[in-house]
Design a protein around this ligand. Sequence first.
Ligand code: ZN
Length: 267
Amino acid sequence: MGNRIIVITQNGGVFGHDINGNTVGPAFAFGGSKVAFNGAFDRFVVTMGNRIIVTTQDGGVWAHEVVGNTVGPAFPMNFVLSHFTFASDISAANRQRTLDRHRFALTRMAACGNLSAQERTKLHQAYDRAIHHTTNTTAGVNASATVGGSRLNVNFGVLFPQGDEEISQTLIHEMMHCAGFTHPTRRDPPAGSSCAAPNPAVFDCPGDNGVYYGTPPLRAEFCIAGDQSDVRSRLRGKAAVESCVIDENGLATVHTEASRQPLGAAS
Ligand SMILES: [Zn+2]
């Protein structure tokens, strides 16, 4: 890895030797996570850039990021999600598309700097749970989930026609709630103001990194767009016509513009 030889022992200990010219330096121990310690279950280990990649017997691919002399926790690079469950009324096609959009979202998260390592770890822990999917039929609602819960209610009729990226954006937002993250209710611009001239002290606008859009669920949404500026601006537009409201029971519901209550009314 770069100018280092990495040695991983049977019990997952990670050691390095720095190489200077033609000289191999003394062994030192890395701090952080153990790597590839699951006996015969861990099949291959390779390095790629600053990552140690472990491939398991069942085809799982896990990566550890190495920063300095510390090995980060394993995070999944492919996502089977066979432990996710669906209510019986959800069609096979909708199940497949939901799983595909979860996988796409997770792939984006792995390469996105909008979330801290700790936030990504909490998200992956939520994805490790058996998240149960049900159908939500509330008009003008994309989806809902309870903060810290393991159930995701999807309005297939409202959300799915909006397109693949929009589905992933909503799913990752709700999964961040399942991971325990929260946010305040969005503050709309007062009369005479708009997001053409943002003022994060008074109201919330996409990209302002303020008290609403700066929270982990909203930052995660912006990972879905990737680096294409046209996609990013489109998704920013989508974020502007949506807001998520968390009720007194912790149920977080992503509303689309059509269903939003007038300013000042209860949501
Ligand atoms: Zn939310």
